[in-house]
Ligand binder design. Structure first.
Ligand SMILES: *Cc1c(COP(=O)(O)O)cnc(C)c1O
Length: 376
């Protein structure tokens, strides 16, 4: 059997262990400590948000965002349909209703026109959405200038799901810093990992302080345990944050490697008619967390993305269909949806190729030759 190639595997830089060792040496084995503080400062500086709260997961960061924006049972929250379920699940945690909005074909993210149509229709039906959750899928920034303008026009706060987009930007401004709150994830397959973890970023210091308060069981200032709010246990551990501090030192290298993967695939498949890519709009920079391709069966003798996926699997190479849109998921079958089929088409035709920052040249060549021959 050929050696396994993963879609996106953890890639340590070298300093992670040192920060973890320091935590052991100083007995900071807790969901607070110098690594948590240091990691938060790194994230705030890197993104330019100014403020960050390190949390147990990206999902927790999304949940806390909704809590802080006052989303309650029966409220409606607009969410990009083309995403991972973690973008939408926290809406359900609050007993609120997700309203799914389709993607446009330039960035594959929330379509501004459809967003506006959805808001107008919800208002006509008597309910104003409490928040808007666009996603920077696969690292490609959503059209945040247009989405922000619509959100401002209606006075609806934006929570940016930048879980896949640390290091992505629009005209130099980091993904995650356009909305009221930005969500990051450091799960095992993300561009940097803390084994598991997430963060909230914001230019609003009060919101970040509030997030830290709610994430540590909402303890009031008192010598005994006193509570005026429902709290959560959502803080990041000082051990995990140590891994994060080490990973921040290699983040730019990871982005360079993942962009190199994209350039390699784009170059090697330039002669393959059936394969297309999503390019960056002017001023947009994607971290290219995952390289994604569309495979048009009409140009490949009816070979589909499943042919390619199975050919890769037979060679011990992991690839994956694009996210199945939320409005097609059984659990969200009853949720309102606004769209024109764009994300359904992407799901049908799309495949994520192995994209780790630790892929070697011979790995990339092996992947490319299998994809090419599967489509012949
Ligand atoms: C990974 C991810 C999340 C959730 O992050 P976790 O840290 O795994 O909880 C949310 N949204 C998107 C788009 C993601 O890819």
């Amino acid at each position: 059997m050929n050696s396994k190639i993963w879609l996106s595997s953890p890639h340590m830089g070298g300093k992670e262990q040192q920060y973890v060792n320091e935590a052991f040496a100083e007995n900071w084995i807790a969901p607070l400590g110098p690594n948590v503080d240091g990691f938060e400062m790194d994230l705030a500086a890197y993104t330019g948000s100014g403020h960050a709260a390190a949390l147990s997961s990206g999902t927790a960061a999304l949940h806390l965002s909704l809590v802080m924006l006052g989303v309650q049972a029966g409220d409606e929250v607009i969410c990009q349909s083309f995403t991972f379920s973690a973008s939408a699940n926290p809406i359900a945690y609050q007993g609120a209703v997700p309203v799914f909005v389709d993607s446009e074909s330039e960035t594959w993210n929330m379509c501004p026109e459809t967003l506006k149509r959805a808001i107008d229709d919800r208002l006509a039906k008597g309910k104003k959405p409490k928040a808007i959750i666009p996603v920077h899928l696969y690292g490609m920034p959503a059209q945040m200038e247009r989405i922000s303008a619509i959100a401002a026009e209606y006075g609806i706060p934006v929570i940016e799901d930048a879980a896949e987009a640390l290091g992505s930007s629009i005209n130099g401004r980091a993904a995650g810093t356009f909305g009221k709150l930005g969500v990051l994830s450091f799960n095992g397959n993300k561009i940097i990992t803390t084994s598991g973890g997430g963060a909230l970023i914001s230019t609003d210091e009060a919101l970040i302080k509030r997030a830290r308060f709610l994430a540590t069981q909402a303890r009031d200032a008192a010598p005994h345990y006193q509570h005026s709010n429902i709290g959560y246990n959502y803080r990041m551990s000082n051990i995990c944050a140590g891994i994060g501090r080490g990973q921040m030192q290699v983040l730019d290298q990871h982005i360079a490697n993942r962009r190199r993967n994209f350039d390699f695939y784009k170059g090697v498949f330039s002669e393959v008619d059936a394969i297309s890519f999503v390019d960056e709009m002017k001023g947009y920079r994607s971290n290219r967390w995952l390289t994604t391709i569309l495979i048009d069966p009409k140009k490949s003798n009816n070979k589909t993305r499943e042919h390619v996926r199975m050919a890769l699997e037979a060679d011990n190479i992991e690839s994956r269909p694009l996210w199945k849109p939320m409005h097609l998921q059984p659990i969200f079958a009853d949720a309102p949806y606004y769209g024109d089929g764009t994300s359904e088409r992407l799901f049908e035709l799309g495949l994520c190729l192995p994209s780790g920052s630790n892929l070697r040249e011979d790995d990339l060549n092996r992947i490319a030759s299998i994809v090419t021959s599967a489509l012949r």
